[in-house]
Design a protein around this ligand. Sequence first.
Ligand code: A1LUD
Ligand code: HCS
Ligand code: ZN
Length: 338
Amino acid sequence: MGLGSAETSTFMFDFLNKCGGYAVLDGGFATELERHGADLNDPLWSAKCLISSPHLVRRVHLDYLDAGANIIITASYQATIQGFEAKGLSREEGEGLLRKSVQIACEARDIYYDRCTKDSWDFVEDGGSSSRPVLVAASVGSYGAYLADGSEYSGKYGDGVTLQTLKDFHKKRVQILANSGADLIAFETTPNKLEAQAYAELLDEEGIDIPAWFTFSSKDGVNVVSGDSILECASIADSCRQVVAVGINCTPPRFIHSLISSIRKVTSKPIVIYPNSGETYDAENKKWVKSSGVNDEDFVSYLGKWREAGASLFGGCCRTTPNTIRAISKALTDKSNH
Ligand SMILES: C[S+](C)CC[C@H](N)C(=O)O
Ligand SMILES: N[C@@H](CCS)C(=O)O
Ligand SMILES: [Zn+2]
């Protein structure tokens, strides 16, 4: 599974053209699982549902497709072979669950397309198009996500964790997801430069030809969460042949504008952003603390500025919902009709 170099370099631009210039991502995946009653207080966090409630995983993908998403991100964020083994599953079972995360998202897309075809009359009258392009992005969360202690928001892994540690940790999972039928890999909530380097070297050394995006998280609008420079992190992504978009996720909306401007300085690749609600994660209790979160209207009010700064793929991360995505989708459609 994979694309040639020429196809990879135009992959995202071609997709954006098909979508009318801007694409809509899904929103908080784990958030929506919880809204449907899942208890994610577990080291596997949302990946737990791949074992206990795959029907909910499918349901959440469908919720986001119904809300207007052009890209849905799989439940594999915290799904790792190491994490599944710690639960007593075999290596083969763990690998099977990784494949299953992609399979469920592909099934949801098929169901969605089937429904659109059946309801095509209503759909066209609604102003929609039965051929809205939809991609499945296989999520790869960081080593910090696997640690399950909120380390993806500090990016401090200690001196014992080297570039090689991270490459060894991610290798098999990335190989499996690359051959799972997904359209691309979303390396998300990346907290530091070392991990970006590990992803880039893995893709290159293992000859993995599936397109990918690297998105980073930040808590100050200047650097990524570890304190590493966003310019250096985005440059690593820019130099990686398989990377078709670079951006920011799981970061408060108020920090996004300056980060887009920084990323634009070092890459001409499409910029993808999917902020969280601005609330704070309490890793000990695995709960989001309602502090200064933004509502959907405020979230969408940022969109114009983010577009002007150079971003072209928009969605939401933790604590955003299908309503956020509906609002983004509507705002982009209204804009392109003017
Ligand atoms: C993006 S964070 C909210 C994911 C959950 C975290 N890795 C944990 O297990 O607590
Ligand atoms: N795709 C993951 C990202 C967590 S930061 C989710 O939405 O749950
Ligand atoms: Zn998030």
